[in-house]
Structure formats: C-alpha cells, structure tokens
Design a protein around this ligand. Sequence first.
Ligand code: UDP
Length: 403
Amino acid sequence: MIEQYGGIAPMSDLILLQRLGEILKGRSFLHVNSTRKGGGVAEILQRMLPLLQQLGIETRWEIVEGDARFYDTTKKMHNSLQGNYEEITAKEWKHHHEVNMENAKKLDLDADAVIIHDPQPAPLIELKKRGTWIWRCHIDVSNPQKDIFDNLSKYCKKYDAGIFSVSKFTRALPIDEFVIPPSIDPISDKNRELSPEEIHETMDKFQIPEDRPMMLQVSRFDRFKDPIGVIETYRMVKKYNDCILVLAGSPATDDPEGAEVLKEVEEYAADDPDIYVLMLPPFSDIDINALQRAATVILQKSLKEGFGLTVSEAMWKSKPIIGGAVGGIPLQIIHGLTGFLVHSVEGAAFRTRQLFNNPEMAKRMSAQGKEHVRNNFLITRQMRDYLMVWHSMENKGQNVLTL
Ligand code: UDP
C-alpha cells in the first residue's frame, strides 16, 4: 500500500517512513479520540490506521464516548481554548474526568506508544502504566481562555510529550513539545481523481446547476468556520458576478452545536435559490470530492482553525482557495502564491471576484498550491513525523536515524 504513494508523495518521506517502519515493526501503537466520524481527526485516523498496520506496526484506534453533558462540556472546552469565553463548573470538570474513567474500564490502553487526541480523552493519562504517552492537540490554542487551559494542563503536563499543529500553538507545557501539521491522503475517495461523470452524478443528485461559477465551503456547521460570513461574502460577490454558493457539512457525534448552527445558516440563506445548504451523511467522501472538483473558488473563511484539512483538500484538487488568516491556514496558503488569506467578508468578496475574473492567475496559483501540498501536507509525511517522535522519545539524546 505504501508503494501506491510512489510518484505522488516525495521520495524522501517514503524512504524515511519505510525505515522507521522497519525499526518499529511489531510494536504497538494506540490512538484515542472521541469520534469515528466527522471532523479532521477522524478523517486522518481512518486513513492512517491501515497504512501503519501495513508497515507491521500493531496500531489500534479507540474512542471515548459520553452523555450529552460530557459533549456539552468538551464543546465548551473546545470553544474556550479557541478564545470564546465559557464557564465550566467544578462539577462539569468532575464529570469529564468520571466519563473518562468509565470509558477506561472497557478500553485496552496498553501499548508501546499512545497518542491521545484533543481534550475529550485527556484524563486517560492518569491510567498510564507504561509506554510513551503523547497529547495531540488539534485545536487553535493561540489565544486560549487561561483558566480552562490551566485546568486542562493538569492532565496535559503528565504526558511525556505534546504535539501541536502550528508552532504558535505551543503552550510551553513543561514536557517535550513537537510541531506536526496534519495531512490529507491523496489516494482516498475524498481526494482521488474523479471522472467528469462521477462529478456530474453528485451535482445531479443535489440538483446543483453547472452553468455558473460556484463558490464552495465544506465544513462542520460550527461558528468558528463562519458560514454566515461566507453567505455575506457570496451576497457581495453576487452583485457583480452571477454565481451560486454551496455550503456542505455533516454532523460529528462529538459536536452538539451542529444542528443549531445549521438552523441559523438555513434561516440566513432564506429563500435564495442560488444558495445550496447541504447536510450530508457521514462518509460522503466521493460527494465532497466531487463538490470540491466542481467548484470555481473554494473558501475556508474560518475565524479560528486548528489546521483546516479542507484547505489542503482544495489545493490538492488544483482549486483556487481563499482562507481566513488564522491557525494552520497560513501554513497552507502562502498569500498571493498558493491562494489568498483574508481577514474580513469584504476581503473574501474582493478575492473571490479577482479569482472569478482572472482564470489564468487562478490556474497558476492553483498549480503552485498543489505542489505545496505534495511537499508538505500528504499523509506519508505525517506518519513519518509521528513515528519519528515516538522513536526519538524512546531514544532521547541519541542519533536516532541512520539510514
Ligand atoms: N468533511 C466531510 N463532510 C462534511 C464536512 C467536512 O467529510 O460535510 C471533512 C472535510 O472534508 C475534512 C474534515 O471533514 O476532511 C474536516 O477537517 P478540518 O480540519 O477542515 O476541520 P475540523 O472539522 O477538524 O475542524
């Protein structure tokens, strides 16, 4: 399977990955998060697991599950770590802890390396018996609410190491910290080439016309993704360029706010027949791929963002991209070279029109974007980095990789 990436991913990543696979073959590797469907973490894990297994590493993926109160609390953690003010009571913190301890009774946490993703399962560290335990933060913690981060840090600082997506998210935890941006899988159904027939099939299914330029944002219905700002952008663009807007999202089991935000978006879109708000079932990978390939300009107008896989997904498909200048988006969009970074609805509208009206420039930037993703944001690079962190944590201070 790794061979399938030959000619797609950089050769240097594949050689290092193969070498690390040989070194760690037969060892056990556990990932724990809080959902199997919806959002970027699940997206990456479902693709990475079989690849790691294929390298001979005994990799497992477990999830922690909770009641509505648990998800409400963890959503508040997520929101406050991304800078919104929230109050989490002592009872809620206690419940968060208890739900994790309940989950632990049925989870097998024994492994040589354990990566715990995000705040939901963070308390599991208290049950560590052996191995290297790493807390993997996917959230934009550039400006977190201090009391919430301090409380969560009581768990985080017990880990052997922390991994963040962007250097400015590192929080000076008193443990080793690494920066590893996420990645996309170029051969998954989400990102593989599609035939024109496959693309038309999706467009027909959702009755989206193909006669006008199309703006698209693919995101969970989350206020940090600014779907309302995307509609405002479209309305500004529409005054000058006839176009349609597609907002596509799907639910995540650990995101209780999705339905509420979807309602707000539908109300705001009102009865404009050129706005298509799609709530897709989980694992609609080919449909998402087709929508991204059918789009003329793709937006990810986030106000806060851990990384934003949808940006690399768009760039891999050679699509012009406009993103909010937050979190991990500027790693992917080099302003003016691989896409445009924006700070406002007006900026997003201006750049959308610029891309609509200058197809040659859009094509040039998109081609540069694809190469940027190839060199930096493919899954083989991320697997290489995870294995490298694990291996180096077990061999601190030594020259760990001799080819
Ligand atoms: N996604 C999807 N269906 C949707 C909305 C999103 O499959 O309706 C996928 C999207 O293609 C991407 C992931 O979910 O792979 C979202 O990851 P991202 O890092 O952009 O945001 P997150 O949801 O993790 O905040």
